[in-house]
Design a protein around this ligand. Structure first.
Ligand code: WT7
Length: 638
């Protein structure tokens, strides 16, 4: 059977990559338009059918409730627990023997766990958390490298009805302390470190420093991963393995019955203003939405070995490394370290070794590996792959084509999935049968109505740039911002209040074929290597450097990272900046927020372009740096 993708010209003059006959034959959903139409005309019916594919302790009374808009509710009255769907229900089937997790550490150590084994670890950990007094509803902060215990702790929290707040292991002291404070966490679960490029990342020292700034913390549980010396505080610090060896850590633990709308986790993400916002996701709608998108978009089968190469510290890891694939009973791959350690064939080697069938990663990772040349993937048999995925930022056609031909052997369709921390799961995405255009996330997922609109809210013509909006709520969308419902309304719903649309914060175009092309953020959010950072966070780290009086951060295009951070600083009176200070400032930001926030370049200025009301005009800085037209300067106060 024909396996290769056929390329044809689209009306628009672009290329269409058609799925091969084999892909179409194997696809569960062959007619996107038909299912899409039904999902829009009978939205509640569609989502009820998706929800029925999961287990419920008690069925919902109402699929969708918009009586308190924009605080929408889904599967109202339903009782469930995501941990039950991700683990417990599989134990009654043959899947209890199936591998749930294949994990490889950077030094090459391997651990595998069946669903049966995963259940034991999760239950034991759940009992350990209970013994530390963790209650239903409280938020446990997790700060860990990519090791199985990260997923296990998330699931253990869910199982006992506690919420988790995972802080990305690449974040540093200030970022961690802020998030602990915002979540009022009493318990922190961390590790002594992880392996990255052959070195130990010293998570415990960062955690200790952050805890010094966090009065709410009473207990810290530390997983021993690297074995290097760390400081443990009496009465506060416990080793995970010590607790797991105690009789309280029984492998039997009841899964708590949760309401559909009960909080499953909060996850912080950057926005326009200073403090990151903790988006709240729930047990019911989130389970249904993530499982549905994962099952349909990646057409998951029991034979698959699924690898989402994102860190669990981000929404991609929450939804598609941990929860959705486990709900769908998949075997998941997890890798601790850097993609090019010790050599640039590390990923390709693991794909061959474990027979990975679906790889889901980011444009930045693809570009990073592409630059080492074709010889690295070519050394490996990658024929187990049948589908590829991309997420985090627009993928440039050059990287798309390399991914498609060199990694996918011109046989694997690429699912370019557009979504956000706020949406919980894919919103704009192809299915395996969708003809693809390199660089376009194609069309909305079932139940999603997307549009590109102008300033007045009218749909723009094909080819014109506009703002991306989602016209209706979906079950996986965040319910609120933790502790700040007003900000939730303000940020996402206020602008189109009369229409009931969700503002995505991205600009995009739609073409004659109805394909959506996402361009990038229109707010003060920067995407660096696919990671999301707020200019405000970077600026607040900059002004915490003693000599900096005022600062502005902008994003400029970068070949590998997509965007890089460039900063402009005004120094305190009488102080002169030099390259030594510029380096110190870079390191300071890296220490406060994390290495991903490290500025590419630091510039010293006498003044910053501002509006009359005193707002920094970052777009003017950006235009100047790029040597393009500065646009409308009528509000500029020079
Ligand atoms: C922002 C959301 C969703 C998981 C990872 C990021 C950008 C995301 C794509 C894509 C173009 C994309 C958008 C979006 N983005 N996926 N396939 N094509 N842009 O989640 O950190 O909440 O960031 O990432 O700008 O708004 P996030």
């Amino acid at each position: 059977m024909a396996k290769q993708t056929k390329v044809s010209a689209a009306d628009s003059g672009q290329e269409f990559y058609h799925p091969s006959k084999e892909v179409v034959k194997n696809a569960t959903i062959k007619d996107y338009e038909k299912v899409y139409k039904r999902s829009i005309e009978d939205r509640d019916g569609f989502w009820a059918d998706e929800a029925k594919k999961l287990d419920w302790f008690k069925k919902w009374n109402k699929v969708f409730d918009d009586s308190e808009r924009p605080f929408f509710k889904w599967f109202v009255g339903g009782k469930t627990n995501i941990a039950h769907n991700a683990i417990d229900r599989h134990l009654k089937t043959w899947r209890r023997n199936k591998l749930a997790i294949i994990w490889e550490g950077e030094p090459g150590d391997v651990r595998t766990m069946s669903y049966h084994a995963l259940n034991r670890e999760v239950s034991k950990t759940a009992n350990v958390l209970k013994s530390m007094g963790v209650q239903k509803g409280e938020i446990v902060t997790i700060y860990m490298p990519q090791i199985p215990e990260l997923a296990i702790t998330m699931l253990a929290c869910a199982k006992i009805g506690a919420a988790h707040s995972v802080v990305y292991g690449g974040f540093s002291v200030e970022a961690l302390a802020d998030r602990i404070a915002n979540a009022h966490s009493r318990v922190l679960v961390t590790a002594d470190g992880g392996w990255r490029r052959g070195k130990v990342t010293d998570l415990k020292s960062i955690a200790n420093e952050a805890m010094d700034r966090s009065p709410t913390i009473e207990v810290c549980i530390t997983v021993k991963r690297t074995g290097h010396e760390v400081h443990m505080e009496n009465d506060r610090d416990f080793w995970y393995h010590d607790l797991m060896a105690l009789p309280i850590a029984s492998p039997r633990c009841e899964t708590e019955v949760m309401d559909s709308e009960d909080m499953l986790f909060i996850l912080f993400t950057s926005g326009t203003t200073g403090k990151p916002k903790g988006l709240v996701h729930t047990h019911g709608g989130y389970s249904v939405y993530t499982a549905s998108t994962h099952r349909n978009v990646f057409d998951v089968k029991d034979e698959d070995r699924w690898w989402c190469a994102a860190d669990p510290g981000w929404i991609t890891g929450h939804s598609y490394l941990v929860y959705a694939p486990l709900i769908n009973g998949s075997t998941i791959m997890m890798y601790e370290g850097a993609p090019n350690h010790p050599y640039p064939n590390r990923w390709w080697n693991m794909i061959e070794k474990y027979g990975i069938t679906i790889l889901y990663t980011s444009p930045t990772a693809i570009r990073g590996l592409m630059r080492f040349g074709d010889q690295w993937p070519k050394r490996h048999d990658l024929s187990s792959l049948r589908l590829l995925g991309s997420v985090g930022e627009p993928i440039n056609p050059e990287a798309w084509k390399w991914y498609h031909s060199v990694i996918g052997n011109n046989e694997c369709p690429i699912m370019d999935t557009w979504w956000q921390t706020e949406t919980g799961g894919f919103m704009i995405t192809p299915l395996p049968v969708t003809p693809l255009k390199p660089g376009s996330a194609t069309k909305p997922y079932f139940g999603v109505e997307a549009a590109i609109v102008d300033e007045k809210g009218n749909e723009v013509k094909p080819g014109e740039e506009g703002k991306l909006v989602i016209k209706n709520p979906t079950p996986g969308m965040a319910r609120t911002i933790f502790g700040d419902p007003e900000r939730y309304n303000e940020t996402y719903w206020k602008e189109y209040e009369d229409k009931g649309w969700y503002k995505a914060g991205d600009s995009a175009r739609i073409d004659e074929d109805g394909y959506i092309w996402v361009i990038g953020r229109i707010d003060d959010v920067i995407k660096v290597s696919g990671y999301r950072l707020g200019t405000a966070e970077v600026e607040s780290a900059l002004v915490s450097y003693p000599d900096v009086a005022e600062a502005a951060a902008i994003a400029l295009p970068h070949e590998l990272k997509g965007n890089a951070i460039h900063v402009y600083c005004i120094l305190k009176a009488g102080i002169k900046g030099d390259s030594k200070m510029a380096n110190e400032i870079k390191n300071h930001v890296s220490k406060e927020i994390g290495p991903i926030a490290k500025p590419e370049e630091v510039h010293f200025l006498e003044s910053l372009p501002k509006t009359r009301s005193g707002k920094i005009m970052r777009r003017v800085l950006k235009a100047r740096a790029m040597g393009v037209d500065e646009g409308d300067l009528s509000t500029l106060e020079e």
